[in-house]
Ligand binder design. Structure first.
Ligand code: PLP
Length: 389
């Protein structure tokens, strides 16, 4: 597909301003349904609810502007939006399997993606294999006669394991599998999996795309046929749609997508530079860091990384690690990422929760997200917190 300039996409694409009083900001068409002038119009609209305005579960003008921009950002023919990233992931996988089928998934996906395969789809007779996708040979070895979907998440969001997108897409094509990727980590600014031949590109738009920590949204980008299939089945029947007001907020977020993602990327790299020589730092995880085993693959398929990185600290005891975490003030302790605010997710927080297994990451591990603040101000905070660790 012809690539549209990023600035054109973020600022103008899909915005037919003459249709709404030349307003710069698109209107929020807060209407559940749309009327027909006559029966001819009604029949024509009912023949294609994806294109026409019938009912907001199917199509809404504000949401349609967002869909057009998102498809252009990923270089696909079309896109759908959902009420959450999890909703988009479920629709993409469910839309491409039936009872008796098998899904191959990289070994450490987003937790609810794992739950979709282990718990929900297992109830409907869809089996799965989790494989170490850092080597495409492992994926090849896991293909069964009934495998229908190859599900990737590259990089994932704690240790940033990557899959070779070009090889995975070729493998999927050769075996008739639908290749799906969760591209939330890199955002469309830094990685476009469709350009490597991946069929379905998903995002938790809650992260960078909206970018202001005030909307939960999911995105699915694919060719027209795939989008129509998932629209007619999963989107319309499961009904996990994005409302027009949230769509307008995401459109506003997109205005600054490039600026925000690049700023987070720079801030993360600044913080890593400060941290890597600190005596209390044991290890750093970041796809472009010299110590990262897949650095050359990451640099081949991504133009940058964004704000996420992980650090293992030298801590002598659980108590010492807890005290360190509690001294950090400017990184909010919270899930998610991709917003304006810097965050941290300490692995130690997942320990000693009744009924919950300890996470694979050791208790000295912290996943950080660098937001949009002054990086020197952020470092000042980490530096003071490190005293006494
Ligand atoms: C947050 C996240 C999701 C889920 O998205 P929601 O919008 O929270 O439903 C999926 N994948 C990744 C990598 C995520 O970080």
């Amino acid at each position: 597909m012809e690539k549209i300039h990023l600035s054109e996409v973020l600022t103008h694409l899909g915005e037919n301003r003459t249709e709404y009083f030349n307003a710069i900001a698109p209107p929020v068409i807060q209407s559940s349904n749309f009327m027909f002038a006559d029966l001819k119009e009604l029949r024509s609209a009912f023949s294609d609810e994806l294109q026409h305005h019938v009912y907001t579960r199917g199509n809404n003008p504000t949401v349609a502007i967002l869909r057009e921009k998102l498809a252009a950002l990923e270089g696909t023919e079309d896109a759908l939006v959902f009420s959450s990233g999890a909703g988009a992931i479920a629709a993409a996988v469910i839309g491409n399997v039936q009872a008796g089928d098998h899904v191959i998934c990289q070994q450490a996906p987003y937790s609810w993606t794992s739950a979709l395969l282990r718990k929900l789809l297992a109830r409907f007779g869809v089996s799965h294999s989790f494989v170490d996708g850092t080597d495409v040979e492992n994926i090849k070895a896991a293909i069964q006669p009934n495998t229908k979907v190859l599900y990737l998440e590259s990089p994932n969001t704690f240790t940033f394991d990557c899959q070779d997108l070009e090889s995975c897409a070729a493998l999927a094509r050769a075996h008739g599998l639908v290749s799906i990727i969760d591209n939330s980590y890199a955002s469309p600014i830094f990685q476009n999996p469709a350009s490597f031949g991946i069929d379905v590109v998903l995002h938790s738009g809650t992260k960078y795309l909206n970018g202001h920590s005030d909307v939960v949204v999911g995105v699915l980008c694919a060719n027209k046929a795939m989008v129509r299939k998932i629209f007619e089945s999963e989107l319309m029947t499961l009904g996990g749609i994005l409302g027009p007001h949230d769509a307008a907020l995401v459109l506003r977020g997109l205005r600054t997508l490039e600026l925000r993602v690049k700023r987070s990327d720079e801030n993360a790299r600044f913080l890593i530079q400060q941290l890597e020589n600190h005596p209390k730092v044991a290890r750093i995880w970041h796809p472009f860091h010299p110590s990262f085993s897949q650095q050359s693959l990451a640099r081949k398929q991504m133009r940058g990384c964004g704000g996420l990185f992980s650090v293992a600290f030298h801590a002598d005891s659980f108590e010492q690690m807890e005290a360190f975490i509690h001294r950090i003030q400017r990184f909010l302790m919270a899930v998610s990422w991709g917003g304006h605010e810097s965050l941290m997710m300490p692995s130690i927080g997942f320990y000693n929760i009744p009924g919950r297994e300890n996470p694979p990451a050791h208790w000295n591990f912290v996943r950080f997200y660098a937001g949009l603040e002054d990086p020197a101000w952020l470092w000042e905070d980490l530096e003071q917190a490190l005293v006494g660790l």
